[in-house]
Design a protein around this ligand. Structure first.
Ligand SMILES: *Cc1c(COP(=O)(O)O)cnc(C)c1O
Length: 364
């Protein structure tokens, strides 16, 4: 029996029945495009994040694209982001024209404010931190830097729905917060989806326009954009998932805490323990060890799936490496050491114990 990294089958009969009933309701009312469930989800997510507005979009990548677009940035502008993330973060900036400038990271794998400070120039028009693995970035210093330079912060909270720092929800800190609700994320649909949250009514109106070809009143195009609406069907499923998301987060945290305890002091591991100000959602349990590849092979041989999220630093992707600017020497060291253990609500206690025992066994 293998321990899967993530199993997306819906095996809880109560949840499955609720998702099927939600599907049936949408098929029956027939408002498949921008039906009432989209606004219902927007209202619920805005409330959850302590925000005035939320705009449902078709993916987390779309959320980032539209948030950067809504700032009206262009070629010649720079946006400082982290070097360690899924490439969607850099793409959301670059496809709009501005260049991503890649900052180094700290030991918690989040963007380093000192690196951001060093990289700021008059061309810097925004800072875009990523809450990596479900742990909120150091927002206090980042917001202070942004304020001092008069530039906005956009949060890539794709991995951090429900994560908190000093009691404040991810997505509550920046001018805009971007979520992914794809099938693998914490608040997950059964396909692609995303959301941008903000308190600014003008930005909200811009985002609504940008998600439908840049049109006003769905007719006249003011800014070329893409079609990036959230499906009614997906919104209906997400409303059901939202009811269950805190249970999911609690279960992941419990698995994360179990690993933290079981693996404390084992070998040369650096564990993703929670700081006193953090509420880590453990979207991913990302540990570090210089013997990463050997540990991964050991786990595979023991029937345990593990993954490297994400094996290529953003500035080292083919599309970026020629032109990438910034600094990422610590990120280079970290990316060779990171490994994600299975950490989710479908694992049994036996699975979790088996994973911990296999990791401990490797270092013994
Ligand atoms: C998943 C993810 C995205 C992109 O979201 P999609 O919904 O897959 O387009 C962006 N940034 C980060 C950090 C992510 O993990």
């Amino acid at each position: 029996m293998t321990v899967p990294f993530l199993d997306l089958r819906v095996r809880d009969p109560e949840e499955k029945a609720a998702l099927l009933a939600a599907t049936e309701r949408v098929l029956d009312h027939g408002r498949l495009v921008m039906g009432p469930e989209v606004e219902e989800l927007e209202t619920a997510v805005a409330a959850r994040c302590g925000r005035k507005y939320a705009v449902g979009v078709s993916s987390g990548t779309g959320a980032l694209f539209m948030a950067v677009r809504a700032l009206g940035l262009d070629k010649g502008d720079d946006v400082i982001t982290t070097s360690m993330s899924w490439i969607a973060t850099a793409n959301g900036i670059a496809v709009n024209g501005p260049a991503p400038v890649f900052a180094d990271i700290r030991d918690d794998l989040n963007i380093d404010p000192a690196s951001v400070e060093r990289l700021i120039t008059p061309k810097t028009k925004a800072i875009l931190p990523v809450h990596f693995s479900g742990r909120v970035s150091p927002m206090e210093p980042l917001l202070e830097i942004a304020k001092r330079h008069g530039i906005p912060v956009i949060e890539d909270a794709a991995q951090a729905f429900g994560a908190k720092r000093r009691g404040r929800q991810a997505g509550n800190f920046g001018l805009m917060g971007c979520f992914s609700m794809n099938a693998m994320k914490m608040l997950a649909g059964c396909g692609d989806g995303g959301m941008v949250v903000t308190d600014d009514p003008d930005l909200r109106d811009k985002l609504v326009s940008l998600r439908y070809n840049g049109t006003i009143n769905k007719e006249d195009c003011h800014t070329p954009s893409l079609n990036g609406r959230l499906d009614t069907l997906q919104a209906a499923l997400l409303l059901e998932r939202l009811k269950r998301v805190d249970r999911r987060i609690e279960r992941r945290r419990a698995v994360g805490f179990f690993y933290n305890e079981a693996l404390a002091g084992v070998g040369d591991l650096i564990l993703p323990t929670e700081g006193p100000d953090d509420f880590h959602s453990y979207y991913a349990y990302t540990l570090r060890t210089p013997r990463r590849d050997a540990l991964m092979a050991h786990l595979t041989a023991a029937g345990i799936e593990s993954k490297v999220y994400h094996p290529i630093l953003m500035p080292r992707h083919t599309a970026y490496r020629e032109s990438a600017r910034g600094e990422w020497s610590h990120a280079d060291r970290c990316v060779a050491e990171i490994l994600c253990l299975p950490c989710n609500e479908t694992l049994s206690q036996e699975d979790v114990e088996r994973v911990a025992a296999a990791v401990t066994g490797f270092f013994r």
